[in-house]
Write a protein that binds this ligand. Structure first.
Ligand code: FAQ
Length: 317
């Protein structure tokens, strides 16, 4: 079959909302975009474990510790589903991980900020997981089958994470003056970086137009950011916290909140590797990778042994 006929079939599937599956023909650029986005997403889940893992030992109660531990383990699972989805496109996990460890690959800007107090764990769950879900719900309908299916399960788990964070904030906001101030301080520091998670404005987003045409992305960066603001402002009000934005106001005509300008210089600075924790995050991942060397070796040796046993058994049968 000619390439133009295969392209026609591919485009017809996209138009009719039929998922594209691993062994089917797809344009090279579609494959490349997916590997880029899914691997960046996987790296974000893995690096995203670090700011919260930092608090597992210091969680204030046993119940909080158990919930946080479960959440951080979920993020590891999300990373693994996503690496598996990306591998179906023909790029090895080793290549993707090497790119993360060398600093070549991107991961979400948000994980380069420090978690200074316990309230930051509330803010991360509430805002960071809240922003992640806003983006990921649309990805459940993305055009590539394995990515869409991974996102369905991930979204279910993220919604528990978001509630876990919001409940920490609610508890602090109802606590002593100091606890309430700690919650407000965490919101002040995490609000703007959370809005940056959605990526550059639509005008500056170089991949959006093509990704929307291929139905990889189903909503634009600005649309999702607006949805997030509209959903989150009432949640802050409900627990008596204020959003650190003097320009925030309800726009009756649009039926949405107007909000202030994002500091894009800060965003690009963090994306380029100069945020407060970029170096620490990469150092920690590299250290964990080196320390896990023996586990990978043992797992490979075990898999080889199993394969040899199976081959011997098959030969006898
Ligand atoms: N940080 O043209 P666009 C989570 C880059 S998961 C760093 O708009 P696109 C769970 C972008 O890659 C959070 N870089 O790009 C969790 C591109 O660079 P490139 C992660 C960013 O792909 C919670 C360039 O800027 N979620 O948090 C960022 O169409 C708690 C131009 O941008 C996903 O990855 C950023 N924030 O749209 C875990 C969701 N934004 O590749 C632990 C899937 C943009 O040309 C604890 N990804 N860039 O070198 C997406 O939906 C999209 O990739 C966007 C960016 C929306 C992130």
């Amino acid at each position: 079959m000619s390439e133009s006929s295969m392209l026609e079939i591919f485009e017809e599937k996209i138009k009719r909302e039929i998922k594209i599956e691993p062994r089917e023909w797809m344009p090279d650029a579609y494959r490349k975009t997916l590997v880029r986005q899914i691997s960046q997403h996987a790296h974000s889940e893995i690096v995203g474990m670090l700011p919260e893992a930092n608090w597992i030992k210091r969680a204030p109660t046993m119940r909080r510790k158990v919930a946080l531990l479960a959440k951080v383990q979920d993020e590891a699972g999300h990373g693994l589903y996503l690496y598996s989805a990306a591998e179906t496109l023909g790029t090895s996990r080793k290549t993707m991980i090497d790119d993360l460890l060398s600093g070549k690959a991107k991961y979400s800007s948000i994980f380069n900020y420090p978690t200074i107090t316990w309230a930051d764990i509330g803010a991360v769950g509430w805002l960071v997981d809240g922003a992640a879900i806003m983006n990921q719900v649309m990805l459940c309908r993305t055009s590539y089958g394995p990515y869409a299916r991974a996102m369905v399960r991930i979204c279910k788990e993220e919604s528990f994470h978001q509630r876990q964070g919001y409940e920490i904030m609610l508890t602090l906001a109802q606590g002593s003056q100091e606890q309430k101030a700690m919650a407000q301080d965490a919101l002040n520091r995490w609000w703007w970086p959370s809005l940056m998670m959605f990526g550059p404005s639509d005008k500056e987003s170089k991949h959006s137009a093509q990704s929307m045409a291929w139905k990889i992305k189903r909503k634009s960066n600005d649309e999702l950011r607006q949805n997030f603001v509209d959903a989150t402002v009432p949640q802050a009000r409900l627990i008596g916290l204020s959003i650190p934005d003097p320009d925030l106001k309800w726009n009756e005509e649009r039926g949405a909140y107007d909000f202030g300008d994002i500091d894009w210089e800060e965003f690009w600075n963090v994306v380029k590797g100069n945020g407060p924790c970029n170096k620490q995050r990469l150092d920690d991942r590299n250290k964990a990778h080196e320390e896990g060397h023996w586990v990978r070796e043992a797992a490979l040796a075990f898999a080889e042994k199993q394969a040899k046993r199976k081959a011997k058994k098959d030969k006898v049968a």
